[in-house]
Design a protein around this ligand. Structure first.
Ligand code: BV8
Ligand code: ZN
Length: 255
Protein backbone atom coordinates (compact mmCIF):
# COMPACT_ATOMS: atom_id res chain seq x y z
CA UNK A 1 0.00 0.00 0.00
CA UNK A 2 1.36 3.41 -1.04
CA UNK A 3 1.78 5.35 2.24
CA UNK A 4 2.16 8.71 0.52
CA UNK A 5 -1.26 8.21 -1.09
CA UNK A 6 -2.74 7.11 2.28
CA UNK A 7 -1.41 10.30 3.88
CA UNK A 8 -2.71 12.48 1.05
CA UNK A 9 -6.16 10.88 1.36
CA UNK A 10 -6.06 11.50 5.13
CA UNK A 11 -5.17 15.18 4.64
CA UNK A 12 -7.93 15.65 2.06
CA UNK A 13 -10.53 13.99 4.27
CA UNK A 14 -9.50 16.02 7.34
CA UNK A 15 -10.03 19.22 5.37
CA UNK A 16 -13.39 18.13 3.91
CA UNK A 17 -16.54 20.02 4.92
CA UNK A 18 -19.00 18.01 2.77
CA UNK A 19 -17.81 14.44 2.30
CA UNK A 20 -19.76 11.90 0.26
CA UNK A 21 -18.74 8.23 0.24
CA UNK A 22 -20.01 6.23 -2.77
CA UNK A 23 -19.76 2.46 -2.36
CA UNK A 24 -20.36 -0.64 -4.49
CA UNK A 25 -20.23 -4.37 -3.94
CA UNK A 26 -16.45 -4.30 -3.47
CA UNK A 27 -16.74 -2.75 0.00
CA UNK A 28 -18.66 -5.86 1.13
CA UNK A 29 -16.40 -8.37 -0.59
CA UNK A 30 -14.21 -8.87 2.51
CA UNK A 31 -17.34 -9.59 4.53
CA UNK A 32 -17.89 -12.54 2.25
CA UNK A 33 -20.88 -11.03 0.43
CA UNK A 34 -20.70 -12.25 -3.13
CA UNK A 35 -20.69 -9.36 -5.56
CA UNK A 36 -23.65 -9.14 -7.88
CA UNK A 37 -22.05 -11.43 -10.41
CA UNK A 38 -20.71 -13.93 -7.84
CA UNK A 39 -24.17 -14.62 -6.47
CA UNK A 40 -24.96 -16.85 -9.43
CA UNK A 41 -23.84 -20.19 -8.15
CA UNK A 42 -25.68 -23.51 -8.13
CA UNK A 43 -29.12 -23.32 -9.70
CA UNK A 44 -28.59 -19.83 -11.04
CA UNK A 45 -25.26 -20.24 -12.84
CA UNK A 46 -26.98 -20.38 -16.20
CA UNK A 47 -28.60 -16.96 -15.64
CA UNK A 48 -27.21 -13.51 -16.33
CA UNK A 49 -27.86 -11.32 -13.23
CA UNK A 50 -28.98 -8.49 -15.43
CA UNK A 51 -31.65 -10.82 -16.78
CA UNK A 52 -32.68 -12.09 -13.35
CA UNK A 53 -32.76 -8.74 -11.50
CA UNK A 54 -35.57 -7.34 -13.68
CA UNK A 55 -39.35 -6.86 -13.36
CA UNK A 56 -39.78 -8.95 -16.51
CA UNK A 57 -37.97 -11.94 -14.96
CA UNK A 58 -40.11 -11.64 -11.82
CA UNK A 59 -43.28 -11.40 -13.92
CA UNK A 60 -42.26 -14.44 -15.97
CA UNK A 61 -41.12 -16.61 -13.06
CA UNK A 62 -41.77 -15.12 -9.60
CA UNK A 63 -40.58 -18.28 -7.83
CA UNK A 64 -37.18 -18.34 -9.58
CA UNK A 65 -36.45 -14.68 -8.79
CA UNK A 66 -37.87 -14.94 -5.25
CA UNK A 67 -35.75 -18.03 -4.50
CA UNK A 68 -32.59 -16.30 -5.85
CA UNK A 69 -33.15 -13.40 -3.44
CA UNK A 70 -33.92 -15.82 -0.58
CA UNK A 71 -30.59 -17.52 -1.36
CA UNK A 72 -28.73 -14.18 -1.37
CA UNK A 73 -30.56 -12.99 1.76
CA UNK A 74 -29.43 -16.15 3.59
CA UNK A 75 -25.81 -15.48 2.50
CA UNK A 76 -26.04 -11.84 3.61
CA UNK A 77 -27.67 -12.66 6.99
CA UNK A 78 -24.62 -14.80 7.85
CA UNK A 79 -22.01 -12.06 7.29
CA UNK A 80 -20.82 -9.08 9.35
CA UNK A 81 -19.55 -5.65 8.37
CA UNK A 82 -15.80 -5.65 7.68
CA UNK A 83 -13.07 -3.21 8.76
CA UNK A 84 -13.83 -1.08 5.72
CA UNK A 85 -17.47 -0.56 6.76
CA UNK A 86 -16.36 0.27 10.31
CA UNK A 87 -13.73 2.73 9.06
CA UNK A 88 -16.40 4.57 7.05
CA UNK A 89 -18.64 4.66 10.13
CA UNK A 90 -15.73 6.08 12.22
CA UNK A 91 -15.42 9.00 9.78
CA UNK A 92 -18.70 10.31 11.25
CA UNK A 93 -16.94 11.03 14.59
CA UNK A 94 -14.02 12.70 12.85
CA UNK A 95 -15.62 14.95 10.23
CA UNK A 96 -18.36 17.62 10.21
CA UNK A 97 -20.60 15.90 7.69
CA UNK A 98 -20.53 12.58 5.84
CA UNK A 99 -23.18 10.78 3.81
CA UNK A 100 -22.78 7.26 2.46
CA UNK A 101 -24.41 6.63 -0.92
CA UNK A 102 -24.38 2.90 -1.48
CA UNK A 103 -25.35 0.67 -4.41
CA UNK A 104 -25.32 -2.30 -2.06
CA UNK A 105 -28.51 -3.88 -0.74
CA UNK A 106 -26.86 -5.78 2.16
CA UNK A 107 -27.45 -3.20 4.93
CA UNK A 108 -23.83 -3.59 6.17
CA UNK A 109 -23.06 0.16 6.35
CA UNK A 110 -26.05 0.62 8.69
CA UNK A 111 -24.98 -2.46 10.69
CA UNK A 112 -21.46 -0.96 11.06
CA UNK A 113 -22.92 2.23 12.55
CA UNK A 114 -23.13 4.67 9.62
CA UNK A 115 -26.18 6.83 10.37
CA UNK A 116 -26.69 8.71 7.10
CA UNK A 117 -26.90 6.06 4.36
CA UNK A 118 -28.70 6.51 1.04
CA UNK A 119 -29.40 2.97 -0.25
CA UNK A 120 -29.86 3.79 -3.94
CA UNK A 121 -30.80 0.21 -4.89
CA UNK A 122 -32.91 -0.70 -1.85
CA UNK A 123 -32.39 -3.31 0.82
CA UNK A 124 -32.50 -7.12 0.46
CA UNK A 125 -34.00 -7.41 3.96
CA UNK A 126 -37.05 -5.33 3.01
CA UNK A 127 -40.08 -6.49 1.00
CA UNK A 128 -42.95 -4.71 -0.71
CA UNK A 129 -46.16 -5.43 -2.59
CA UNK A 130 -45.32 -5.70 -6.30
CA UNK A 131 -48.41 -3.59 -6.99
CA UNK A 132 -47.60 -0.98 -4.28
CA UNK A 133 -51.32 -1.24 -3.49
CA UNK A 134 -51.15 1.00 -0.38
CA UNK A 135 -48.82 3.60 -1.90
CA UNK A 136 -45.19 3.57 -3.03
CA UNK A 137 -43.59 1.57 -1.50
CA UNK A 138 -46.12 -0.70 0.23
CA UNK A 139 -43.68 -2.35 2.63
CA UNK A 140 -44.69 -5.84 3.82
CA UNK A 141 -43.36 -7.60 6.95
CA UNK A 142 -42.80 -11.07 5.46
CA UNK A 143 -41.86 -12.67 8.82
CA UNK A 144 -45.50 -12.26 9.87
CA UNK A 145 -46.90 -14.04 6.79
CA UNK A 146 -47.81 -17.71 6.42
CA UNK A 147 -47.68 -19.16 2.92
CA UNK A 148 -46.58 -22.19 0.93
CA UNK A 149 -42.87 -21.35 0.36
CA UNK A 150 -42.63 -24.06 -2.32
CA UNK A 151 -44.91 -21.93 -4.47
CA UNK A 152 -42.51 -18.96 -4.41
CA UNK A 153 -43.31 -15.48 -3.05
CA UNK A 154 -46.15 -14.79 -0.60
CA UNK A 155 -49.29 -12.99 -1.80
CA UNK A 156 -49.70 -9.40 -0.58
CA UNK A 157 -52.01 -9.51 2.48
CA UNK A 158 -53.86 -6.43 1.16
CA UNK A 159 -54.39 -7.18 -2.53
CA UNK A 160 -53.05 -10.66 -3.30
CA UNK A 161 -50.36 -9.50 -5.77
CA UNK A 162 -46.93 -11.10 -5.38
CA UNK A 163 -44.71 -9.74 -2.60
CA UNK A 164 -41.20 -8.91 -3.95
CA UNK A 165 -37.80 -7.78 -2.59
CA UNK A 166 -37.66 -4.01 -1.98
CA UNK A 167 -34.68 -3.60 -4.32
CA UNK A 168 -34.27 -1.65 -7.58
CA UNK A 169 -34.14 -3.97 -10.58
CA UNK A 170 -32.58 -3.08 -13.94
CA UNK A 171 -34.74 -0.67 -15.95
CA UNK A 172 -36.62 0.28 -12.79
CA UNK A 173 -36.63 3.83 -11.46
CA UNK A 174 -34.58 4.44 -8.35
CA UNK A 175 -36.52 5.71 -5.30
CA UNK A 176 -37.17 9.37 -6.19
CA UNK A 177 -36.22 10.99 -2.87
CA UNK A 178 -33.10 8.85 -2.49
CA UNK A 179 -31.89 9.71 -5.99
CA UNK A 180 -32.71 13.43 -5.62
CA UNK A 181 -30.84 13.66 -2.31
CA UNK A 182 -27.88 11.63 -3.68
CA UNK A 183 -27.65 13.91 -6.72
CA UNK A 184 -27.86 17.05 -4.57
CA UNK A 185 -25.21 15.90 -2.07
CA UNK A 186 -22.92 14.72 -4.88
CA UNK A 187 -23.18 18.16 -6.54
CA UNK A 188 -22.24 19.84 -3.24
CA UNK A 189 -19.44 17.48 -2.17
CA UNK A 190 -15.94 18.92 -1.75
CA UNK A 191 -14.47 15.42 -1.42
CA UNK A 192 -15.95 12.15 -2.76
CA UNK A 193 -14.52 8.83 -1.59
CA UNK A 194 -15.45 6.13 -4.17
CA UNK A 195 -15.02 2.64 -2.75
CA UNK A 196 -15.42 -0.78 -4.35
CA UNK A 197 -17.44 -0.05 -7.42
CA UNK A 198 -16.78 -0.95 -11.03
CA UNK A 199 -18.80 2.17 -11.86
CA UNK A 200 -20.79 0.24 -14.46
CA UNK A 201 -24.33 0.92 -13.30
CA UNK A 202 -26.22 4.15 -13.88
CA UNK A 203 -27.28 6.51 -12.42
CA UNK A 204 -25.05 5.60 -9.41
CA UNK A 205 -21.89 5.75 -11.53
CA UNK A 206 -22.67 9.35 -12.57
CA UNK A 207 -22.31 10.65 -8.99
CA UNK A 208 -18.50 11.17 -9.13
CA UNK A 209 -18.86 13.05 -12.45
CA UNK A 210 -21.51 15.24 -10.81
CA UNK A 211 -19.24 15.95 -7.84
CA UNK A 212 -16.37 16.90 -10.14
CA UNK A 213 -18.46 18.96 -12.57
CA UNK A 214 -20.67 20.91 -10.13
CA UNK A 215 -18.27 21.47 -7.27
CA UNK A 216 -14.78 20.53 -8.40
CA UNK A 217 -14.75 17.80 -5.77
CA UNK A 218 -11.49 15.99 -4.98
CA UNK A 219 -12.13 12.34 -6.02
CA UNK A 220 -10.47 9.47 -4.20
CA UNK A 221 -10.99 6.02 -5.81
CA UNK A 222 -10.27 2.87 -3.77
CA UNK A 223 -10.36 -0.38 -5.73
CA UNK A 224 -7.87 -3.23 -6.28
CA UNK A 225 -8.67 -2.92 -9.98
CA UNK A 226 -9.09 0.20 -12.07
CA UNK A 227 -12.74 1.13 -12.69
CA UNK A 228 -14.64 3.65 -14.79
CA UNK A 229 -14.03 6.38 -12.19
CA UNK A 230 -10.25 5.91 -11.98
CA UNK A 231 -9.51 8.12 -15.03
CA UNK A 232 -11.23 11.14 -13.44
CA UNK A 233 -9.99 10.43 -9.90
CA UNK A 234 -7.52 12.84 -8.30
CA UNK A 235 -6.15 10.01 -6.16
CA UNK A 236 -6.41 6.28 -7.02
CA UNK A 237 -5.43 3.83 -4.27
CA UNK A 238 -5.23 0.27 -5.57
CA UNK A 239 -5.99 -2.04 -2.69
CA UNK A 240 -8.77 -3.79 -0.82
CA UNK A 241 -11.01 -1.36 1.08
CA UNK A 242 -10.81 -3.49 4.25
CA UNK A 243 -7.09 -2.59 4.45
CA UNK A 244 -6.91 0.83 2.77
CA UNK A 245 -9.73 2.50 4.75
CA UNK A 246 -8.41 1.59 8.24
CA UNK A 247 -4.94 2.79 7.13
CA UNK A 248 -6.46 6.15 6.15
CA UNK A 249 -8.28 6.41 9.51
CA UNK A 250 -4.98 5.70 11.34
CA UNK A 251 -3.22 8.36 9.26
CA UNK A 252 -6.03 10.85 10.05
CA UNK A 253 -5.67 10.17 13.79
CA UNK A 254 -1.88 10.69 13.70
CA UNK A 255 -2.02 14.00 11.71
C1 BV8 B 1 -32.67 2.94 -14.51
C2 BV8 B 1 -30.03 -4.16 -6.90
C3 BV8 B 1 -34.30 4.06 -15.79
C4 BV8 B 1 -30.53 -5.50 -7.36
C5 BV8 B 1 -28.75 -3.29 -8.79
C6 BV8 B 1 -26.86 1.33 -21.38
C7 BV8 B 1 -25.85 2.19 -20.96
C8 BV8 B 1 -25.88 2.78 -19.71
C9 BV8 B 1 -26.93 2.53 -18.83
C10 BV8 B 1 -27.92 1.67 -19.24
C11 BV8 B 1 -27.89 1.07 -20.50
N1 BV8 B 1 -28.98 0.27 -20.59
C12 BV8 B 1 -29.70 0.34 -19.45
C13 BV8 B 1 -29.07 1.21 -18.61
C14 BV8 B 1 -29.51 1.59 -17.27
C15 BV8 B 1 -29.12 0.52 -16.26
C16 BV8 B 1 -27.61 0.29 -16.26
O1 BV8 B 1 -26.87 1.06 -15.71
N2 BV8 B 1 -27.19 -0.77 -16.94
C17 BV8 B 1 -25.76 -1.02 -17.07
C18 BV8 B 1 -25.41 -2.34 -16.37
C19 BV8 B 1 -25.43 -1.05 -18.53
N3 BV8 B 1 -29.52 1.06 -14.99
C20 BV8 B 1 -30.75 0.79 -14.53
O2 BV8 B 1 -31.53 0.04 -15.09
C21 BV8 B 1 -31.19 1.53 -13.29
N4 BV8 B 1 -32.48 2.09 -13.51
O3 BV8 B 1 -31.80 3.38 -15.20
O4 BV8 B 1 -33.99 3.26 -14.66
C22 BV8 B 1 -35.70 4.44 -15.66
C23 BV8 B 1 -36.02 5.79 -15.44
C24 BV8 B 1 -37.35 6.15 -15.33
C25 BV8 B 1 -38.36 5.18 -15.40
C26 BV8 B 1 -38.02 3.83 -15.58
C27 BV8 B 1 -36.68 3.45 -15.71
C28 BV8 B 1 -31.30 0.58 -12.11
C29 BV8 B 1 -29.95 0.04 -11.76
C30 BV8 B 1 -30.03 -0.71 -10.44
C31 BV8 B 1 -29.89 -2.21 -10.68
N5 BV8 B 1 -29.86 -2.90 -9.39
N6 BV8 B 1 -28.75 -3.85 -7.57
C32 BV8 B 1 -29.67 -6.61 -6.83
O5 BV8 B 1 -28.54 -6.36 -6.33
O6 BV8 B 1 -30.14 -7.75 -6.92
S1 BV8 B 1 -27.25 -2.99 -9.55
C33 BV8 B 1 -26.10 -4.17 -8.95
O7 BV8 B 1 -25.11 -4.34 -9.94
C34 BV8 B 1 -25.34 -3.69 -7.76
O8 BV8 B 1 -26.14 -2.95 -6.90
C35 BV8 B 1 -24.20 -2.86 -8.33
O9 BV8 B 1 -24.57 -1.51 -8.41
C36 BV8 B 1 -24.11 -3.36 -9.76
C37 BV8 B 1 -22.80 -4.03 -10.06
O10 BV8 B 1 -22.61 -5.02 -9.08
P1 BV8 B 1 -21.13 -5.63 -8.82
O11 BV8 B 1 -20.45 -5.81 -10.11
O12 BV8 B 1 -21.16 -6.73 -7.86
O13 BV8 B 1 -20.49 -4.47 -8.04
P2 BV8 B 1 -19.68 -3.38 -8.67
O14 BV8 B 1 -20.10 -3.01 -10.06
O15 BV8 B 1 -19.79 -2.34 -7.69
O16 BV8 B 1 -18.16 -4.06 -8.85
C38 BV8 B 1 -17.45 -4.61 -7.74
C39 BV8 B 1 -16.18 -3.76 -7.65
O17 BV8 B 1 -15.53 -4.00 -6.42
C40 BV8 B 1 -15.17 -4.11 -8.76
O18 BV8 B 1 -14.68 -2.93 -9.38
C41 BV8 B 1 -14.02 -4.79 -7.99
O19 BV8 B 1 -12.73 -4.49 -8.53
C42 BV8 B 1 -14.14 -4.12 -6.64
N7 BV8 B 1 -13.61 -4.89 -5.52
C43 BV8 B 1 -13.50 -6.23 -5.39
N8 BV8 B 1 -12.95 -6.53 -4.17
C44 BV8 B 1 -12.76 -5.35 -3.52
C45 BV8 B 1 -13.17 -4.30 -4.37
N9 BV8 B 1 -13.11 -3.01 -4.01
C46 BV8 B 1 -12.61 -2.72 -2.78
N10 BV8 B 1 -12.18 -3.67 -1.91
C47 BV8 B 1 -12.24 -4.98 -2.25
N11 BV8 B 1 -11.82 -5.92 -1.37
ZN1 ZN C 1 -50.74 -5.28 -2.40
Amino acid sequence: MDLAKIREAADRLLKSQALVVLTGAGVSKESGVPTFRDALDGLWTQYDPQQLATPEAFEADPKLVWDWYEHRRELVSKVKPNTGHYAIAQLEDMLPHITVITQNIDGLHQAAGSTDVIALHGNIHHHKCSADCQGEPTLIEVSKLEWDHAGGPPPCPYCGAWVRPDVVWFNERLPVEALERANKLSSQADVMLVVGTAGAVQPAASMPYRAKRYNGAFLIDINPDEDTITPIADLYIDGPSGEVLPAIIDAMRSR
